[in-house]
Each structure stands twice: as C-alpha cells, then as structure tokens.
Design a protein around this ligand. Structure first.
Ligand code: B1M
Length: 230
C-alpha cells in the first residue's frame, strides 16, 4: 500500500475536470470534483468564477454551434447551480463589516440567474445585505424593493442581447422615483460592457462577481461621502 503524501493536483486540473462535468451535465461528477477541489485547498471563488463559468461557456459554445440543445443547457445549468449551493457557505462566510443594502435582480424577460446568484453570494460575503428579487424583474419591482428596504444600491443583471435593452427603461424608472434619486446603479452580465453602462446611465459596470464587490464598495463610499442619502 502506498504510504507517501496524498497526491495533489494543480488547481487548474480540478477546474478543468469540474468544467467538463458541468458542460456534460454530470451533476454527481461536478459535485465530487467541487468537493475534491475544496479539500485540496482551491478557493471557493476560483471554483465558481473559473470552473462553473468555463463549463457553462463551453456548453454555450456547443449550443451556438448546434451541438447541444436546450435540454443539455438546462441539465448543465442544474449541475452549475447545485455546485454553487455547495459553495455558498464558503462564499458568503461570516461577514465582519455591515455595509449597505443592495437590491439585486435579473431584468424583465430574462431568466438567467447563475451569475447574479454568484454576485449575491460574494456581496453577502463582503458584508452587504442583499435583497435578491430573482429573475424577470420589472422597474416597478426594483423601485418598490428600494422603498421598502430604504436601499440606495441597485444591481441589474442581463444575459441576453434582447433583455439588456430593457435596462435604460428600468434605470429611468428608478431615477424618477423618490427612492431612486440618490441611487447608485450597477449593471453586469456577459453581453454588457462599460461603454453600454455609461450609455444607459448606470453608475458602473462589473465584468465578474469579484469586480462587482469592488464596484459596490466604491458606490457605497461615494454615496456616503456625497451625503445625499434619503
Ligand atoms: Co441561455 N443563453 N438561453 N440559458 N445561456 C446564453 C446567455 C447564450 C449566450 C447561449 C448561446 O447561444 N451561446 C444565449 C444568448 C444569446 C444572445 O442573447 N445573443 C442564450 C439563449 C439564446 C437562451 C434562450 C433564448 C434559449 C432558448 O430558449 N432557445 C433561453 C432564454 C430564456 C430567458 O432568459 N428568457 C435561455 C435559457 C437558458 C437556461 C434556462 C437553459 C439556462 C439558464 C439557467 C439559469 O440561469 N438558472 C441557460 C444558460 C445556462 C446559458 C449559458 C450556457 C450560461 C449562462 C451562465 O450562467 N453563465 C449562456 C452561454 C454563456 O454564457 N456562455 C446562455 C455562468 C455565469 C456565472 O456567468 O451569467 O455571465 P454570467 O455572470 C457573470 C458575469 O457576467 C457577471 O458576474 C458573473 C460571475 O462572474 N455578472 C454581473 C452577471 N450579472 C452581474 C451583475 C452585476 C455585476 C456582474 O452587477 C449588478
């Protein structure tokens, strides 16, 4: 029997095997590999930001090329969501700071929420309170949640080139509401970029969940120093 140290693979090995399992919709394989990666000391945010993302990206490419269809997309998404739930306690942790409240949602017409959920977990881990409105969220629902929770930070997510076009109307609805006058609004999602964010009147764009945390920290600081909170 071998008695030497347990063989440790590089982090990229766990990430690649996990990504393949997600892309193949192999839920058990993805869970096993995420557990093995955690046990090997791969940080939870690396497993999420690289493993899950890489797996869903290659599934998306197969879908675009007609090599996979909607059922495969759904099974891969299910594997990704299950791994994300496994990672949740590691990503959210026990936050020390108590920062502001972020009202977060995927915009109207859009049902993609894996990236938005990852953003929510890292924000909670960083000390924000997150009011997650889920998917298919209208401007009215964003405004109502901001009023109810007295929140001044808002995050809009979109994954479709069609639904990103609903962002200007949602941002207008927020800005025109009494609760939204002092709001700081961030947008994100794969088809967006900083130029789009500026064009639609958002206060910032983040390309991934780690950037979203840094962005909301800076928007929170700006709002505090501007002292224009309601
Ligand atoms: Co859909 N889908 N999908 N899908 N799907 C895409 C987006 C697509 C690119 C696939 C493709 O064709 N290659 C394509 C869009 C094409 C386009 O718009 N031009 C597409 C399509 C076409 C569709 C349908 C129309 C398919 C159909 O029905 N024929 C349909 C639309 C349904 C709807 O929304 N109305 C549909 C449905 C689905 C499923 C339900 C099966 C499933 C979603 C399940 C779920 O989310 N619960 C699904 C999936 C899984 C995908 C892909 C494969 C993966 C998306 C994902 O979760 N990525 C996707 C292809 C791809 O992305 N390569 C695809 C992983 C996630 C961690 O990344 O969401 O980008 P992402 O989030 C990142 C950043 O963007 C950022 O941080 C996150 C972490 O790093 N971020 C923010 C996100 N939100 C942020 C907010 C912020 C800041 C940062 O601040 C507020």
């Amino acid at each position: 029997m071998e008695t030497g140290p347990v063989r440790q693979e590089p982090a990229s090995w766990y990430i690649n095997v996990l990504a393949d399992a997600v892309a193949d919709g192999d839920l058990r394989g993805a869970m096993n590999m995420a557990e093995a990666a955690l046990a090997a000391g791969v940080p939870a945010h690396t497993i999420a930001e690289q493993g899950i993302l890489q797996g869903l990206d290659s599934l998306g490419t197969r879908f675009s090329c007609g090599e996979s269809y909607l059922p495969e997309l759904m099974v891969g998404a299910k594997a990704a969501m299950t791994v994300l739930e496994l990672l949740r306690p590691h990503l959210e942790g026990v936050p020390a700071a108590r920062l502001g409240t972020v009202v977060l949602g995927t915009v109207q017409g859009d049902l993609h929420d894996i990236g938005k959920n990852l953003v929510a977990m890292l924000l909670r881990g960083a000390g924000f309170q997150v009011v997650d409105l889920g998917v298919n969220v209208s401007g009215e629902r964003f405004v109502a949640a901001m009023e109810e929770r007295r929140a001044h930070l808002v995050g809009l997510s979109a994954l479709l080139t069609t639904t990103m076009q609903t962002m200007p109307a949602i941002i207008r609805a927020i800005r025109q509401s009494p609760a939204g006058r002092a709001a700081r609004i961030a947008v994100g999602g794969a088809p967006l970029d900083a130029a789009f964010a500026a064009r639609v009147g958002a206060d910032g764009f983040a390309k991934d969940a780690a950037e979203a945390v840094a962005l909301f920290r800076s928007l929170h600081d700006q709002a505090e120093s501007a002292a224009d909170l309601p």
